[in-house]
Design a protein around this ligand. Structure first.
Ligand code: EZ4
Ligand code: CO
Length: 418
């Protein structure tokens, strides 16, 4: 009976769920986004984000050339089976390109299944654990005073948590700091911008920044900081210790984590809470970090780590070790990811915080959504699915524009981690 081809004869509601089309949409409303649109025979449309900043077309091709042909004719309701099919079936496991492509399929399918059930996505996961998700915004400035003013503006808007970054004196350009009046956007040129880095200069200014922020804004506001993988483990331990008096919510990406044991060194010296994982793409990248309780927050998010199906597994594993979620939410994650993440955040028992860098108005117009901000929290909407759609006509007006992330070099010219 079996000739090795997958069974595609389906009946009744399963027939309605058959995938009849899957398309990749690339658009650049201010910055590039890759979106997967899947449609079933009964006309239900699901959207998944596949954006990988600076490497967008690799994921678009992975989807278009290698994944889409496998989707046509399959039952959109078999989310788990399709996940396993794409993960195991590729033979080549993990990696940001593969896991972003799988995530796009996975989120689109969760969107479809929730729409079929006429339920908001959080309900499919087990329902709300909370109404809104605590979010943090990004304050940055050319010096400590400007950064402090920025923090004040966030507090005035109702934020309960703010990430603060300030320029490092002596360096022409610092990660996280906007140029002029434009909002900060890291991937700003066709080829990588070369930036200079000095950890010793950086380590001097950061404790002074947070000392001033506590003087100016008191102890009630939650403050966060992103080290962006620039420090060695022992330098990170020094900074984490120096920041202890200012009670950070977290110190993020203190050191690269390919070698997960690096975090043992930071832990040994400091009680500053640690967050890492925005560049991870699977549970295997953080298994030791979590099981050994070397971190407090895991930042790995839906778009870069295989979608809801995989990140749910990761979050459950983290919960066993009292590690909470703190999903990445920069502008390079599209509103589709933001919508899906907010449904996830509303459900996940071990929720910590959600990052939120505002999308530009052009992006908001291309991706209409029902999530909204109130009193320091983001709330997902109640419409069926993840609540984010795409205006394809408008999207078509913004063609792909090649951009890459910057690189960083030490004073002697050696390549460093950006
Ligand atoms: O540099 O998403 O915490 N947020 C970050 C981001 C990352 C970008 C890289 O594409 O670190 O600003
Ligand atoms: Co970060």
């Amino acid at each position: 009976m079996s000739d090795g081809t997958p069974q595609m004869q389906v009946e009744g509601s399963a027939r309605d769920r058959q995938i009849v089309s899957a398309r990749v949409i690339v658009t650049c409303p201010g910055r590039n986004f890759v979106t997967l649109r899947i449609e079933t025979r009964s006309g239900i449309v699901g959207l998944g984000d596949a954006t990988l900043n600076g490497r967008e077309l690799a994921v678009a091709s992975y989807l278009q050339d290698h994944v889409v042909p496998n989707l046509i004719g399959r039952d959109a309701g078999r989310i788990e089976d399709l996940w396993q099919f794409l993960y195991r079936g590729a033979y080549w496991r993990r990696g940001p390109v593969t896991m972003s492509a799988i995530a796009a399929v996975d989120v689109a399918l969760w969107d479809i299944v929730a729409k079929l059930a006429k339920l908001p996505l959080y309900q499919m996961l087990g329902g709300r654990s909370r109404e809104g998700a605590l979010v943090y915004g990004h304050a940055n400035g050319r010096d400590i005073a400007e950064t402090s003013d920025e923090v004040r503006r966030y507090i005035e808007k109702g934020f309960l948590a703010v990430r603060a970054q300030c320029a490092v004196p002596g360096l022409p350009k610092t990660y996280g700091i906007a140029v002029g009046a434009k909002a900060y956007e890291p991937a700003e040129s066709e080829l990588p911008l070369e930036t200079a880095w000095s950890t010793s200069k950086y380590l001097q200014i950061v404790p002074k920044l947070f000392e001033q922020l506590r003087v100016d804004h008191g102890n009630d506001i939650e403050l966060l900081h992103d080290g962006h993988h620039r420090m060695t483990p022992i330098e990170a331990a020094r900074l984490a210790r120096d920041l202890e008096p200012y009670r950070l919510f977290w110190l993020e990406d203190a050191t690269p984590a390919e070698n997960q044991r690096s975090f043992e060194i930071i832990r040994r010296h400091s009680v500053t809470p640690l967050a890492v994982g925005e560049v991870f793409n699977s549970i295997w990248d953080c298994k030791h970090l979590i099981s050994e309780q070397l971190i407090d927050y895991i930042r790995t998010t839906i778009v870069h780590a295989g979608g809801i199906t995989h990140v749910r597994r990761l979050a459950d594993f983290a919960g066993l070790h009292q590690v909470r979620t703190g999903f990445h939410g920069a502008t390079d994650l599209s509103p589709v990811t933001m919508g899906a993440a907010l449904h996830f955040d509303s459900w996940v028992p071990n929720f910590g915080i959600q990052e939120w860098m505002f999308h530009s108005q052009e992006t908001e117009d291309v991706f209409p959504h029902d999530y909204f901000f109130r009193d320091g929290r983001l709330f997902c909407g109640e419409s069926p699915g993840h609540g984010v759609s795409i205006d394809e006509k408008l999207a078509a007006r913004y063609p792909y524009s090649p951009r890459q992330l910057p690189v960083a070099r030490l004073p002697d010219g050696s390549m460093w981690d950006w």
